[in-house]
Design a protein. Structure first.
Lengths: 112, 115
């Protein structure tokens, strides 16, 4: 059984640019959640996707957007990058019937 | 809104000994889930243990067990026979299954296991 995978592992962007992060959910999981983890902090919920629809959103501005595809993989897009967007971005997948989330290894985003 | 508090930023334990990590939470919900996640230096967040609020019995997974006190809104993690591989950040997390199942995390605690 393949776990949750994320790409890229690490990337560096300049303030004002746009970035796309990708996540492949664990086999059999149809729900994907994205979290932002600043250095030394706990993860903060960005949003969740279920069956290609947004199913809840945390306290993040609209420049954070996402997609979920028919194969349940997902993308996180961030426009107009700011220095404070530098963080580890975690993707987690779960089956709709169980309240457990399984995380990928994360993407470390650095904005300069 | 739910909040999760982990007041101990760091703890250290000798290999083979037992350590308890504390967590408190605040919610008005009656049905919810609580989790402990482990995040080693590799960054991958690993699910350690989960507790359903409606279950009075404390969850156990091998060397890991919890002390769930619903009235006190307390959810501590006990690690028995600590191993060097247990060195990691540990996060306590809350989930309200009726609200898009998002996880609300505490700030985490850094656990170091000494050889």
């Amino acid at each position: 059984e393949t776990g949750v995978t994320q790409s890229p592992t690490h990337l560096i962007k300049t303030r004002g640019q746009q970035v796309t992060l990708r996540c492949s959910s664990q086999s059999g999981h149809n729900t994907v959640s994205w979290y932002q983890q600043a250095l030394g902090q706990g993860p903060q919920f960005i949003f969740q996707y279920y069956r290609e629809e947004e199913n809840g959103r945390g306290n993040f501005p609209p420049r954070f957007s996402g997609l979920q595809f028919p194969n349940y993989s997902s993308e996180l897009n961030v426009n107009a990058l700011e220095l404070d967007d530098s963080a580890l971005y975690l993707c987690a997948s779960s089956p709709w019937t169980r309240n457990e989330q399984y995380f990928g290894p994360g993407t470390r985003l650095t904005v300069t | 809104a739910q909040t999760v508090t982990q007041s101990q930023p760091e703890m250290s334990v000798q290999e083979a000994e037992t350590v308890t990590l504390s967590c408190t939470y605040d919610t008005s919900e009656n049905n919810y889930y609580l989790f402990w996640y482990k995040q080693p230096p590799s960054r991958q967040m690993i699910l350690v243990i989960r507790q359903e609020a409606y279950k009075q019995q404390n969850a156990t997974e091998n060397r890991f067990s919890v002390n769930f006190q619903k009235a006190a809104k307390s959810f501590s993690l006990k690690i028995s026979d600590s191993q060097l591989g247990d060195t990691a950040m540990y996060f306590c997390a809350f989930m309200n299954p009726g609200a898009n199942s998002k996880l609300t995390f505490g700030k985490g605690i850094t656990l170091s296991v000494r050889p």
